[in-house]
Write a protein that binds this ligand. Structure first.
Ligand SMILES: [Mn+2]
Length: 360
């Protein structure tokens, strides 16, 4: 059994590594990519996709997985204008299918994407990593947005934290104020049902990423946080094209989540998975650590065994990694630690394969 191993790449001029260099990491077959200059709601034009194709193809890696095509706030809020943005989304699905894309990762988090309070938290080994200090998350989200914007000014882009959107934070919060958790579920269902015919026609799996962290934040509802909500989501639109990007790191921030158990239950609907290890603290804080099982609390070995037991042959990538050896990189996307993560994941996987071999 083999895994379709991928590596996230932010594009030429927007990343410290090239596809040709990614190719040198053993076992990698695909680049997880996106058009990072596009705003949520815009159509990804074929001419724009072709530019990235030209950058990736010479490496021999494929571009099967896109992460992410972000959802416009009007779709999440449920404004009438959403139909226009859904039409655009369908055009993007069609355009991506013409380039061989098989899976689109997305999320349905209101206002903010992933949230951390320290992008360069020092670990005991001297490396740094993304950190979430529960005591720092107060009622005012503006401070958080400003912290992210400060880093964006240094030339880093954070998907989900677009300065254009952060500039109208008050407005966004006002718009979301009428969106209860129930309403957000309805709006998610509306969106999926509207794009599903296109997903079938172009054979593209929509793979939703869980909310990170997996709990409500700043009074905003979060939907995909645990086994029950994931089951609810998959039953809500019960179709093989309605899938998960199962993120062990997002789910792993909550001690309530037994991720291997979720994998055993829903393996057939996992199109893509992020493998990340986190260490949790009793007050609800957490920090991202190496992929090695014993370095964190996510239970990476149980997770990989669950995938192996289920015969998982979908797409996978190391999620975030620490920043090592003074490398200058996007927070969470250290090249070295993610490459080591791949070797750890594949080492575990190869051994699980080997143990099935009677002659071993
Ligand atoms: Mn993830």
């Amino acid at each position: 059994m083999s895994l379709k191993m991928g590596f996230r790449w932010f594009g030429e001029g927007n990343d410290t590594i090239s596809p040709a260099q990614i190719k040198q990491i053993p076992g990698v077959s695909n680049i997880v990519w996106a058009l990072h200059h596009k705003m949520p709601g815009e159509v990804w034009e074929k001419s724009e996709i072709a530019v990235v194709e030209k950058q990736i193809l010479p490496s021999g890696l494929n571009m099967d997985v896109v992460e992410s095509v972000n959802i416009h706030d009007d779709i999440k809020i449920g404004f009438n204008r959403r139909d226009e943005y859904i039409e655009n989304y369908i055009k993007t699905i069609k355009n991506l299918s013409e380039f061989g894309v098989k899976v689109i990762c997305y999320n349905f988090m209101p206002v903010f994407d992933w949230i951390r309070t320290d992008l360069y938290h020092k670990l005991e080994d001297g490396s740094t990593a993304l950190y979430y200090d529960a005591s720092q998350i107060k009622d005012d989200p503006k401070e958080m947005a400003e912290y992210f914007l400060e880093h964006q000014k240094k030339g880093m882009s954070f998907p989900g934290w677009e300065p254009e959107r952060m500039a109208r934070l008050d407005e966004l919060f006002a718009e979301y104020s009428s969106v209860s958790k129930e309403k957000l579920w309805e709006n998610l269902k509306y969106f999926i049902e509207a794009i599903l015919p296109a997903c079938r026609e172009y054979d593209i799996k929509m793979a939703i990423h869980q909310d990170d962290p997996p709990w409500d934040i700043f009074g905003l509802p979060r939907l995909l946080t645990d086994k029950a909500s994931i089951s609810k989501f998959l039953k809500m639109v019960d179709d093989p094209h309605n899938c998960l990007t199962l993120c062990t790191g997002s789910l792993g921030a909550s001690p309530e989540n037994n991720i291997a158990d979720i994998i055993y239950e829903h393996c057939d609907r996992i199109a893509f998975t992020h493998v990340r290890n986190v260490r949790r603290y009793p007050d609800g804080s957490f920090v991202e650590v190496s992929h090695r099982d014993e370095d964190g609390d996510t239970k990476i070995l149980n997770i990989m065994k669950a995938y192996h037991d289920c015969g998982y042959d979908g797409y996978i990538r190391p999620d975030h990694g620490r920043h090592l050896w003074d490398e200058k990189c996007r927070p969470g996307y250290g090249v070295y630690d993610r490459a080591m993560g791949i070797m750890y994941i594949l080492g575990v996987w190869d051994m699980l394969n080997k143990l099935k071999d009677d002659n071993f």
